[in-house]
Design a protein around this ligand. Structure first.
Ligand code: GLV
Ligand code: MN
Ligand code: MN
Ligand code: MN
Length: 384
């Protein structure tokens, strides 16, 4: 059995649901089990583990935050019923790449908390805290679906920005499974992350009886919502952007009642900020017009918006060359690497995903490609 298969089999059952997908929400039992696994892997390699007070874990070869350290790693948390590779592949690969390189090199491995925003709503929460992109009080107050706050889950108010330490790092390299049928060789290098964001949309109407309320008398927010979902899809297709409504709440959520409220989350992404702004503006205009016709109200508020990330081009080209002219490609998925890239030289390696499916139990990568990814990461760590 290869070293990769051996380690992968250790974590594969943790947090796996009957769907075959994963429920590895930040700071819940499966993710805490993965953190214990992280500590034990670090201990086996005589790497000291530190916690930054924001929920992020770091394993160090060399003194913590020593100048010139190269950081790698990713995240353990998943979206609801997500794949097992998105995140954990970057951490498992980091330990195995560390085994391949000269032991005198100063490296560190990160496990960032709440990268998906699957529990507390804001993606890349750990890296945003570490770099000061979100205030500790604001992060502490974010609540999960059961009303538990991030501060409660963490056990304290996060410690917040530590930019002086971050700036000691020579570079951050995140290895990640590719997520959109964009890579047809085992390993590629990232060029950019599309600007993207999440907006909460509230459609309020008048709850009433499904059997007795005349059709002409209704103020049904579900209609405004349905129209808005179609409008977002059309707007995205016209502009080459991506728009998704993947999470909905309905009140009172009864078969025989006209809803009083529909709440839906818009996830919107585009290759550039102007296109993203045009997409969201278009959705707002159409939803507002439609609400006027339905006698409902529409309100929208951003929950997190991330600007365009252009990774260091010279670094990406250098790494692609090191890897034998690996392809360089952009992505529509957000990553902690995007957050760190505002402060230190940052790069990403992508490992082929034959179907391109991600955020789904069907997410997959071949063992041989994962092993090629580990080789590539080891080469890149040596190169840096
Ligand atoms: C995180 O994976 C995201 O981009 O949604
Ligand atoms: Mn993801
Ligand atoms: Mn990820
Ligand atoms: Mn992500």
């Amino acid at each position: 059995m290869s070293a990769f298969t051996h380690l992968w089999n250790q974590i594969a059952p943790i947090g796996r649901a009957a769907s075959g997908g994963y429920l590895r929400y930040a700071l819940t039992e499966p993710e805490l089990t993965l953190r214990d696994w992280f500590r034990s892997q670090a201990a086996r390699r005589d790497m000291l583990v530190t916690d930054d007070g924001n929920g992020n874990l770091f394993a160090w070869r060399g003194e913590p935050w020593a100048p010139g350290t190269v950081l790698t790693g990713s995240h353990f948390d998943s979206v609801p019923h997500g794949g097992g590779y998105d995140g954990p592949l970057g951490i498992v690969s980091a330990f195995l790449a560390a085994d391949k390189i000269d032991k005198s090199r100063k490296i560190a491995i990160a496990a960032f908390v709440e990268e998906e925003g699957g529990r507390f709503g804001v993606p890349c929460l750990g890296s945003r805290l570490l770099t000061g992109a979100i205030a500790p009080q604001q992060a502490a107050a974010l609540e999960d679906r059961d009303g538990v706050s991030f501060g409660q889950a963490l056990g304290s108010t996060p410690s917040g920005a530590q930019l002086d330490k971050v700036k000691n790092l020579k570079a951050f390299v995140e290895l990640h499974v590719e997520q959109g049928r964009a890579l047809d060789v085992p390993v590629g290098v990232a060029s950019a992350i599309w600007p993207h964001g999440r907006w909460r949309m509230d459609f309020a109407g008048v709850g009433d009886h499904a059997g007795t309320t005349r059709m002409a008398d209704r103020h049904d927010p579900m209609l405004t919502f349905a129209f808005t979902v179609l409008a977002a899809n059309k707007e995205a297709r016209l502009t080459g952007a991506h728009a998704t409504v993947g999470r909905v709440q309905v009140e009172p959520n009864a078969t025989n009642a006209i809803p009083s409220l529909v709440r839906g989350w818009l996830d919107a992404r585009a290759a550039d900020t102007a296109t993203l702004d045009r997409l969201v503006d278009g959705v707002v205009r159409k939803a507002t017009e439609r609400a006027g016709r339905d006698g409902t109200t529409f309100t929208i508020s951003p929950e997190s918006v991330t600007g365009e990330v252009a990774f260091d081009t010279a670094l990406a080209e250098r790494l692609a060359k090191t890897l034998g002219d690996a392809p360089i490609l952009p992505t529509g998925a957000g990553h902690d690497a995007g957050v760190l890239s505002a402060h230190i030289p940052t790069a990403m390696l992508f490992v082929r995903n034959p179907t391109g499916v991600s955020h789904s139990p069907a997410e997959y990568a071949e063992d041989a490609d994962c092993e090629a990814g580990i080789e590539a990461l080891a080469k890149v760590l040596e190169e840096l």
